[in-house]
Design a protein around this ligand. Structure first.
Ligand code: HEC
Ligand code: HEC
Length: 425
């Protein structure tokens, strides 16, 4: 472990509340070994709309190649042409797929061994080789949490099934998860162009009939695990010894992050997350939400998994890799800018109040909004820190140094075409 103070000399030491430790540099052994043939197959499946009820959505609709594996919704509205292309029964995509209260997270570094819990409430997780998930019966032979995760969009009404549109999948979804998974496996098995990829990836596949949902899930997992690996940012170069990789102000932000501002209490480790769950009292609504009619559906956080009252509104600490590329910020996309989010993050109670006031536009607080606000504030675990505007901008500049431009396009990238011949987005 290196000590920040040692890197910046005694002058900064004076301004540091405590001498903070920097994480070690990311190493090859931090990642699970790759399987190239499976990743290639997974790439096709990830981009193939054949996995949706309506044949209109793929994983990439929300984890978009051109939007740093997120959807960046609203800040970067899809062009009119894209909207037409994605419209289902005349409804724009975000109506059909209910953007819910959230925007899709980026998928960077999920192949690193330490990512054993997925989703903001950790509802898919692995401990001592045992995987926990919301499904009552998981198919056998799923390799890891990413493979388990890959099964869920397919059985979630507002994701790949397309609950508002009648299809064989939406009908099967009333029978059960396995019925949906069977249909998907059969659809893919029915596309002969997939077979060579499956045979290259899995020893137990000879003919189309051998294809099962676990093969699809394991291949998607292999792809997601390797596609958005990201450890080539200026910050990584700095940790590997290149002192000049960061600007002066980024170094100041780094010293604050790992020092006085206490960000590393939660955003610690090689990927800036300790994988814990905390209540931060961040607004649970989008930046353009209207709250005068009520709070709507808000995510409850870790409590949905553990049932423990204390876990209400506790959410997993996100990795901050490439965070500059995935506006809007906060769980629900409550802030358009990183600086705006951070000012709220360090003074949560007052910022939450003013966020809600603004979203009410002079109208009275509905009871449910007032109740959620109260609970968010009583649950809050964020230490309140006083930082000046200069400090916040230094922190933003430090977060910029976590951006790895070379990782954004992915390793395999977006395929030109997929075996179903459906549009690739
Ligand atoms: C309709 C939009 C949508 C589609 C389609 C979709 N996702 Fe997601 N994905 C999300 C959202 C929103 C979350 C965050 C959910 C949460 O944390 O509760 C998420 C979370 C994830 C995560 C967990 C990330 C983390 O850090 O915990 C992975 C991995 C993922 N998706 C992969 C996929 C794959 C693979 C597919 C296709 C099989 C897919 N997604 C399809 C919206 C989508
Ligand atoms: C007590 C734990 C804790 C501390 C301390 C903390 N964070 Fe967070 N941070 C979280 C959690 C949990 C989330 C996700 C929930 C949310 O959006 O508030 C988060 C979210 C974020 C996000 C938004 C990421 C995104 O993709 O939208 C940023 C940026 C961030 N933190 C930066 C910081 C910085 C910079 C500091 C230091 C000033 C800091 N955090 C201190 C727990 C913490």
């Amino acid at each position: 472990m290196r000590i920040v103070a040692a890197l910046f000399g005694t002058m900064l030491l004076v301004s540091l509340a405590h001498a903070a430790e920097l994480p070690r540099a990311v190493e090859e052994s931090d990642y699970r070994p790759a399987n190239e043939a499976q990743s290639r197959l997974g790439q096709l499946l990830f981009y193939d709309r054949v996995l949706s009820g309506t044949f209109r959505v793929s994983c990439a609709s929300c984890h978009n190649h051109d939007r740093a594996s997120s959807n960046g919704f609203l800040l970067d509205p899809a062009s009119a042409k894209d909207v037409d292309d994605l419209a289902v029964n005349g409804l724009p995509i975000y109506d059909v797929f209910k953007p819910s209260s959230r925007h899709a997270p980026t998928l960077f570094n999920l192949g690193a061994r330490e990512f054993t819990s997925l989703f903001s409430d950790g509802r898919v997780s692995e401990k001592d080789g045992k995987i926990t998930s919301p499904a009552r019966n998981l198919p056998a032979g799923l390799r890891d949490v990413l493979a388990v995760q890959a099964l869920f969009p397919a059985v979630t009404g507002d994701e790949l099934v397309g609950s508002k549109v009648e299809s064989d999948l939406s009908r099967a979804s009333h029978v059960g998860d396995q019925a949906v998974w069977d249909i998907l496996a059969a659809r893919v098995a029915g596309l002969p162009d997939y077979l060579p990829y499956f045979r290259a990836a899995f020893e137990d596949i000879e003919v189309g009939d051998d294809i099962e949902i676990r093969h699809l899930a394991n291949a998607i997992s292999a792809f997601v695990a390797t596609e958005w690996r990201s450890d080539g940012s200026p910050f990584d170069a700095f940790l590997r010894g290149r002192q000049d990789a960061l600007t002066r102000n980024q170094k100041r932000g780094l010293a604050l992050f790992y020092g006085q501002a206490g960000c590393d209490l939660c955003h610690s480790g090689a990927f800036q997350t300790n994988h814990g769950y905390y209540a931060t009292a961040s607004p649970l609504w989008r930046f353009d939400a209207t709250l005068a009619d009520g709070a709507g559906d808000v995510p409850q956080g870790r409590v949905t998994v553990t049932g423990a009252r204390d876990d209400l509104f506790r959410f997993r600490v996100p990795s901050l890799r490439n965070v500059t590329l995935s506006a809007p910020y906060g769980l629900a996309g409550s802030h358009k800018s990183l600086g705006g989010f951070l000012r709220g993050h360090i003074q949560p109670a007052s910022s939450l109040r003013s966020f809600i006031d603004q979203r009410l536009d002079g109208k009275t607080r509905p009871d449910d909004v007032a109740e959620i606000e109260r609970r968010l504030i009583t649950q809050n675990q964020m230490p309140s820190v006083t930082l000046g505007d200069d400090d916040v901008s230094a922190l933003v500049e430090f977060l910029e140094s976590l951006t790895d431009r070379s990782a954004v396009g992915g390793v395999l990238g977006k395929p030109q075409e997929v075996p179903s011949s459906l549009v690739v987005e």
